[in-house]
Design a protein around this ligand. Structure first.
Ligand code: MSP
Length: 512
């Protein structure tokens, strides 16, 4: 049964400012996978939360004249509310300031000390507060007299202080071995190559504690030090499963995690440090890390510090949550960066939703309401044209599970919207409205097949647009428990005789 369990996570967010589209993007991708797997009969645990320790948060709190915990309580709530507004189907929301998390970090730390992977020394080098990351000398460049990281573009500062170190250098070969044995650990493959090259260039031991500020989890037995925020934050994935109680049901069912969804900027932490910590602590690493690209605004990463933020809440208010979810998932291609704009959002809503999927549902439902008293009855065999669209739909559906398992949402959506396009064309060609008098059986069969197509498309789009597709599935009177992908294995999706209910307009066309 364990392979029917699916543990999926988003990165836990720094509550250091207001959420933007990049955050929303990361969460929605994970939500789509979580929902797809649930619809496909998996037992899913979907986790998100907030990453509340470290210098970045301490500084943000100081700026707001609040003590760090009060500050975090406020902003963590903003992110929790966001998860509702984005309609994330989360099973838990973890905060790193919670006791359950502190216990788990302490335990992991003690394990690393016990295994001999942590030692005390002195750190001298570059640190970026905004990335909460250490950088090597060869990753630093000079820009307008300021030192920045060539990797992220963030400002760095020179740090010299006593620090505990994790013996990352000792894990170089073992990590390379691990990547080789687990070919699908890092997705997409371009990111895997990036990580392997970085590790092959040599790993230095990693500073895992700080003494120059206090906002963090104290190092067990040495409270001058706080634990490095990334060692702290990554452990949230274990804390939510009640680690270190490894005999409890959540941990037993869900560890190792099936999929960490993250942005490419935090790949190093998830694909190098995290498996190294876990291997050293003798805990099985996660099965997959998927590094998606960035949401860009005018060729730059959307971020608070660049001031080019699109506010997801405003977009939801103006255009609707399903519309925004669909646009983001469709527009940004598999693992690459994607430029988003309001104009493209409008075009996408009009072409794919209002004119294609929405129009398909509307025209079929209103025709059946006006001409068939809401009831359609399939009788006898399919025509050649019916068989043709069934086989074309089967072709487009063949790889859908695989596309989801490869996190290739882009091609998934293209295939599904392709089915919708085909179905609109099928109706145009078959002209059921002309058959009302001459061939009522044939008309019924065409309408029935159109409803089958609508049901399939709606279930396939359900993880992306849960609200609108549920309206359609409700109107088709399909039970909740039957909204699954068993039709991909040849099962019937609606009965031969079907009564439908009223369906209101799903997507309004938007003026440009
Ligand atoms: N707190 C860390 C994650 C710790 S996980 C153990 C963090 N937080 S974050 O709030 O800065 O970012 C959260 C997620 O949003 C990351 O996956 C990051 O890549 C993603 N994005 C932030 N800006 C983004 C874009 N402009 N585009 C797409 N995603 C980006 O990192």
């Amino acid at each position: 049964m364990k392979d029917k369990n699916f543990f999926i996570t988003t990165p836990i967010y720094y509550p250091s400012g207001h959420p933007h589209m990049g955050h929303a993007y990361s969460s929605i991708i994970a939500d789509v996978f979580a929902r797809f797997k649930r619809n496909d009969g998996f037992n899913v645990f979907f986790l998100t939360g907030t990453d509340e320790h470290g210098l970045k948060i301490q500084k943000s709190a100081e700026k707001s004249n609040l003590d760090p915990l009060t500050y975090c309580n406020n902003i963590s709530k903003v992110f929790k509310d966001l998860s509702l507004q984005l309609n994330l189907s989360i099973d838990d929301f973890i905060r790193t300031t919670e006791e359950r998390h502190k216990n788990s970090v302490n335990d992991l730390w003690n394990r690393l000390v016990k295994s001999g992977d942590i030692y005390l020394s002195k750190y001298k080098g570059w640190y970026s507060v905004s990335d909460e990351a250490y950088y090597n000398e060869d990753e630093i460049i000079d820009k307008n007299g300021k030192k920045i990281s060539s990797f992220s573009g963030s400002a760095v500062e020179w740090v010299e202080e006593e620090s505990y170190f994790f013996k990352l250098s000792a894990w170089e070969k073992k990590l390379l071995n691990f990547y080789e044995k687990n070919e699908k650990f890092i997705f997409p493959l371009s990111r895997r190559n990036e990580v392997i090259n970085f590790v092959k260039n040599g790993l230095k031991d990693l500073s895992v504690s700080r003494t120059s500020f206090t906002w963090g989890i104290k190092v067990p037995n040495n409270n001058h030090h706080v634990i490095y925020v990334w060692l702290d934050a990554l452990t949230n994935y274990l804390s939510a499963l009640n680690y270190p109680d490894i005999n409890n049901k959540l941990y037993k069912d869900f560890w190792p995690a099936s999929l960490h969804v993250i942005g490419k900027d935090i790949l190093r932490f998830h694909a190098i440090y995290w498996p190294a910590f876990l291997l050293a602590a003798n805990i099985e690493p996660p099965k997959r890390v998927f590094g998606h690209g960035w949401i860009l605004s005018g060729d730059e990463k959307m971020s608070k510090s660049r001031g080019n933020i699109l506010n997801p809440i405003e977009i939801i208010d103006d255009y609707g949550i399903d519309e925004m979810r669909y646009y983001l998932m469709k527009e940004v291609s598999h693992g690459s960066d994607g430029n988003i704009s309001i104009q493209n959002l409008k075009n996408c809503i009009n072409s794919d939703l209002a004119n294609n999927y929405g129009n398909l549902c509307q025209r079929v439902f209103s025709f059946i309401k006006n001409n068939c008293n809401n009831t359609v009855n399939k009788k006898g065999d399919y025509s050649q044209n019916d068989k043709k669209i069934i086989s074309e739909t089967n072709n487009l559906s063949k790889n859908l599970r695989m596309l989801i398992d490869n996190q290739n949402l882009n091609n998934y959506i293209k295939s599904v919207i392709g089915i919708s396009f085909l179905t609109n064309k099928y109706i145009n060609d078959e002209e059921p409205w002309k058959l009302k008098k001459s061939n009522i059986n044939k008309m019924n069969n065409i309408l029935h097949l159109s409803l089958v197509q609508i049901a399939k498309i709606s279930i396939l789009l359900n993880p992306i647009m849960p609200k609108s597709t549920s309206k359609v599935l409700d109107a088709l009177n399909i039970n909740l428990k039957d909204r699954n992908y068993s039709f991909l294995d040849g099962n019937k999706i609606i009965p031969d005789k079907i009564k439908i209910s009223a369906l209101n307009i799903l997507f309004k066309k938007i003026d440009k």
